[in-house]
Design a protein around this ligand. Structure first.
Ligand SMILES: N[C@@H](CCC(=O)N[C@@H](CS)C(=O)NCC(=O)O)C(=O)O
Length: 335
């Protein structure tokens, strides 16, 4: 197939997103127009948007979980991207579709949809991306607020009895906690993994484990981060936890603890994994999948064992987190 002029070679983080001290400084989200009613906002409509995400990417996994928890499957369509093999790195591609082409949007690479959204865009074409199917343009890639838009602005389209993941009385507190999670955990792992100086690495590593210690303590008395019910903050934490022992550990160097070593955090992660929307959107085996060469000596752990480990079985082992709740049979506050 002839390649569209809109396909871009992927710019490298190590060339564009590292500061003079070796710290990773993430590129800014480019498409940040909020959803809502009124001028300058993206209209909230059913059938107009498509969520593009990737199994490995926790920023986008958040949105795929929330979409399903809220019953928005018929309101916002969805598709997955992956990596294809090309001489140059061309970034995310619709590799799971026939002819590697998204059947609704008719393109092969995510960068084409970014270029439709802004021909001058020079950054990495990232997921999550929300595409307006009427224009085939990326209209929002603001992973920071995306789940909150689904929770708040798309409320008229939620299924009956959908969970209230972003209760009005907790919003400020959830936002503050989400910022903390972002700096120390969600982006904390990336700060460590992409650090180009040992100073930057140690700084990120120390913040990450200090946050895990705080969370472990918090979860001693609460079933979920904000008490008896799952909120937006739990989804953000879960998606990083799911990748930690399966995938991130390889690039994090010697670990102080794995997730399974934290009594509360590990029980909490499994409590969430029991919920179908979490499980359906968490591809543990794919996260761990390795493509190292088994024929050589000194082979990394995942290359040797990923196909022997029953990740789903491990994550489905029983836990007793119910004990921490005053409403043990319900994980959600419902509207
Ligand atoms: N939009 C954010 C965060 C989302 C993000 O980093 N997504 C990653 C996957 S987890 C991605 O899509 N990367 C594509 C690429 O780097 O080519 C960013 O621009 O940094």
């Amino acid at each position: 197939m002839a390649q569209s002029a809109n396909v871009r070679v992927r710019p490298k983080e190590t060339e564009n997103e590292i500061n003079e001290k070796g710290f990773f400084v993430r590129q800014k989200n480019h498409f940040t127009t909020p959803f809502g009613n009124g001028e300058g906002k993206l209209p909230v409509e059913a059938g107009r948007y498509r969520l593009i995400w990737a199994k490995g990417c926790h920023w986008s996994n958040r949105a795929s979980i929330v979409r399903e928890l809220l019953g928005l499957e018929d309101v916002i369509s969805i598709n997955l991207v992956g990596r294809g093999k090309h001489e140059q790195d061309l970034g995310w591609e619709f590799v799971f579709d026939e002819n590697s082409t998204d059947p609704v949007l008719g393109v092969q690479f995510l960068s084409e949809l970014y270029a439709n959204g802004d021909p001058e865009y020079k950054g990495r074409a990232t997921v999550p991306a929300i595409v307006d199917v009427t224009t085939k343009k990326v209209v929002n890639n603001d992973y920071v607020w995306l789940t909150n838009y689904l929770e708040k602005e798309f409320a008229p389209f939620h299924k009956e009895g959908a969970p209230d993941l972003y209760p009005a009385e907790l919003r400020e507190e959830i936002d503050r906690y989400n910022d903390y999670l972002f700096d120390n955990v969600n982006n904390g792992v990336y700060k460590a993994m992409f650090a180009q100086s040992i100073e930057a690495y140690n700084d990120a590593y120390n913040h990450l484990y200090a946050a895990f210690d705080e969370i472990e303590e918090r979860l001693e008395t609460r079933r979920f981060l904000f008490g008896d019910y799952v909120t937006d903050a739990d989804i953000r934490l879960f998606v990083t936890l799911a990748r930690f022992d399966t995938y991130y550990f390889k690039n994090l160097g010697p670990l102080r603890n794995r997730i399974v070593d934290f009594k509360n955090i590990w029980g909490y992660a499994r409590d969430l994994y029991e919920i179908p929307a979490f499980k359906n959107n968490t591809y543990l085996r794919d996260l761990a999948k390795a493509n190292g060469n088994k024929e050589t000596i000194f082979i990394d752990y995942n290359t040797r064992f990923w196909d022997q480990i029953d990740y789903e079985g491990l994550w489905s082992e029983p836990q007793n987190r119910k004990e921490k709740s005053s409403d043990p049979e319900n994980k959600f506050k419902r509207n």
